[in-house]
Design a protein around this ligand. Structure first.
Ligand SMILES: CSCCC(=O)C(=O)COP(=O)(O)O
Ligand SMILES: [Zn+2]
Length: 216
């Protein structure tokens, strides 16, 4: 092993930055980055659980704007892998842990009103039960009347403490975790799949919220 960022082609790095910029713009148009919240990443190059690289959003930026300072490359520890004045997302360690454990290709995190409300409602229980909704198929689960449990983790100011909980909370079937009163992390093999999963989660959260309201 022992490869470096320089071993990854410029073309692959350029493509990752372009894809991140496009998906960031799309999510911004949906108001999925209120108050500079949210972070996005795409993995590049070879993957070994103990060594990999990814491009991630810089911390604290207005993610509705497209600037030359939006992203940087980091290693498997979340440390900048190039000389830069940019700081990686404050939540980069959660991305690191998701890549390490799943080997996925992209991780997207957004704060929305529906994911916050649902995470609080089911926070004590530790997971959000969802059953019989067609969009569960977005997670490649095709059985009749499928039931899933979306994990909910506690939210701490110490991101490393949250990252430590990730291994114990991953559910093989479900490509996402909710942080209580915080937001959703969704991932996939690539940008297409991570976006599909994130959209499905948001649909399921809104549907769950509305069905709770409809209860007698
Ligand atoms: C103002 S939102 C608080 C931090 C957060 O939850 C988030 O998603 C954005 O942090 P980042 O460092 O990635 O900008
Ligand atoms: Zn966040």
């Amino acid at each position: 092993m022992g490869f470096s960022l320089a071993d990854i082609t410029l073309e692959e790095k350029r493509r990752a930055l372009e894809e991140l910029a496009d998906v960031k713009e799309l999510f911004a148009s949906r108001n999925w980055f209120p108050g500079t919240s949210g972070n996005l990443s795409i993995r590049i190059g070879d993957f070994h659980p103990e060594q990999f690289y990814f491009a991630v959003t810089a911390s604290g930026k207005d993610k509705t704007k497209r600037t030359p300072e939006d992203f940087l490359f980091v290693d498997q520890f979340g440390k900048a892998a190039e000389a830069t004045s940019l700081k990686p997302s404050a939540e980069t360690l959660i991305h690191c842990e998701i890549y390490r454990l799943t080997g996925c290709g992209a991780v997207f995190h957004v704060h929305t009103v529906f994911n916050n409300l649902i995470s609080e409602y089911y926070g004590e229980q530790g997971s959000v039960p969802v059953q019989g909704i067609e969009l569960i198929k977005a997670f490649n689960i095709w059985e009749e009347n499928a039931a899933i449990d979306i994990p909910v983790l506690p939210n701490y100011a110490d991101i490393a403490a949250i990252a430590k909980l990730v291994p114990g909370m991953l559910n093989d079937q479900v490509p996402g975790i909710l942080l209580r009163n915080h937001g959703i992390y969704a991932w996939g093999r690539d940008v297409f799949e991570a976006k599909k999963h994130l959209e499905a989660f948001e649909f399921l959260f809104e549907a769950t919220y509305r069905s709770l309201l409809m209860r007698p």
